[in-house]
Design a protein around this ligand. Structure first.
Ligand code: ACO
Length: 330
């Protein structure tokens, strides 16, 4: 059986209106604009209101992706939402989006791979489309990270922001589309980045709340070392599998956690920062939303054109990582 080629036929993103600058953070924790900018590159981030949940951000990004793909919600066969900040444990955020969107012919599920979630999501969509099982799949990366941050912990609360990005994946011309995807994980590193309470291991009890265990915890320097190494290695790996030279790549969309991580990876790959689309100064680390939001921005700014060769590469809690080589199809 001849496989079809799966590719992105529509893309959209949504960011909450409220902006929190580094100066604003100075009022909340013992930090300063200079420290945050020089150590991370982040200048501001978007913050969801108390009324806005991850499904709300997902919905807006999804509507734009459907419009860009020029298809209706009824045409969707599957909705995948990659997130570590679902509206609630269950039902899935994907089911909430499926309902609000009116995707009445679609299956729906959430996917947990933290900042690598969007790449994991497109890898699943690629298989279904190429095998001819489904035609149109919506993949969303969405987070309201600010809802799980400990606003008393300056080590973490300055780093993250909220947002959502979505793509529709369908059949495209044979020489275009999502050509290769690599995925990886190392669960032994789970404790360097996690949210301990709220699951079956540590339900939300008074004690858990008193110990602030319902917030994101991170060993920043461990994640940093792992991230620089993995971003470069995974980019090389996916390009090797695709038999493409890094010199032929038009744009790399890296996960947006820290400018120093991106610089470190660029150095290892021997590419200039002009080949990397960077927007973490504006939005901080939006976990699973970072890559699709950056991809949408690069596309809308005309930095990515049809048939361009691009790489998506990310890492995150799990630990997880992944990369994708794509020949842009819109
Ligand atoms: N403002 C001022 N000072 C601070 C702040 C802050 N916001 N945060 C930490 N500091 C202090 C520390 O307390 C420390 O002080 P000390 O030396 O007196 O103890 C000092 O600054 C240096 O801290 P380091 O941790 O050494 O700073 P570093 O240069 O390593 O940067 C950072 C920390 C930004 C967290 C970095 O390690 C990093 O970016 N790590 C990767 C994080 C990441 O990518 N996480 C997301 C993963 S994706 C996902 O799945 C969600």
């Amino acid at each position: 059986m001849k496989l079809k080629s799966a590719g992105i036929i529509g893309i959209g993103s949504y960011l909450p209106e409220k902006i929190m600058t580094n100066k604003d953070l100075e009022q909340i924790v013992d930090t300063n604009d200079e420290w945050i900018r020089t150590r991370t590159g982040i200048e501001k981030r978007r913050i969801a209101t108390t009324q806005e949940a991850t499904s709300d951000l997902s919905l807006e990004a999804s509507k734009k992706a459907l419009e860009s793909a020029n298809i209706q919600a009824e045409d969707l066969d599957l909705v995948i939402v990659a997130t570590i900040t679902p509206d609630m444990s269950f039902p899935s955020t994907a089911c909430i989006v499926q309902d609000k969107l009116g995707a009445k012919n679609a299956g729906a599920f959430d996917l947990t791979a933290a900042c690598s979630g969007f790449i994991y999501g497109i890898s699943i969509a690629k298989q279904f489309v190429e095998a001819g099982v489904y035609k149109n799949i919506l993949v969303v990366g969405a987070e309201t990270m600010t809802k799980i941050l400990d606003w008393k912990d300056r080590n973490t609360c300055v780093l993250f922001g909220d947002g959502a990005g979505a793509v529709v994946i369908s059949t495209v011309e044979e020489d275009e589309g999502i050509k290769n995807v690599t995925l990886g994980s190392d669960g032994s590193g789970g404790s360097v980045l996690n949210k301990p309470a709220g699951g079956s291991r540590m339900p939300v009890t008074h004690e858990a709340l008193e110990n602030r265990m319902n917030y994101l915890k991170m060993d920043g320097s461990e994640v940093f070392k792992f991230a620089v190494r993995k971003m470069a290695a995974e980019t090389k790996k996916v390009l090797e599998e695709a038999n493409v030279d890094i010199e032929d790549i038009d744009m790399i969309i890296p996960h947006q956690a820290n400018i120093r991580i991106i610089e470190g990876a660029a150095k290892r790959l021997k590419v200039g920062l002009d080949k990397m689309h960077i927007n973490l100064n504006e939005y901080g680390n939006m976990s699973a939303a970072s890559i699709p939001v950056a991809l949408d921005e690069a596309y809308r700014k005309g930095k990515i054109k049809k048939k361009d060769k691009i790489v998506l590469v990310g890492f995150g809690a799990g630990l997880t990582w992944g990369a994708s080589y794509i020949k842009w199809s819109i």
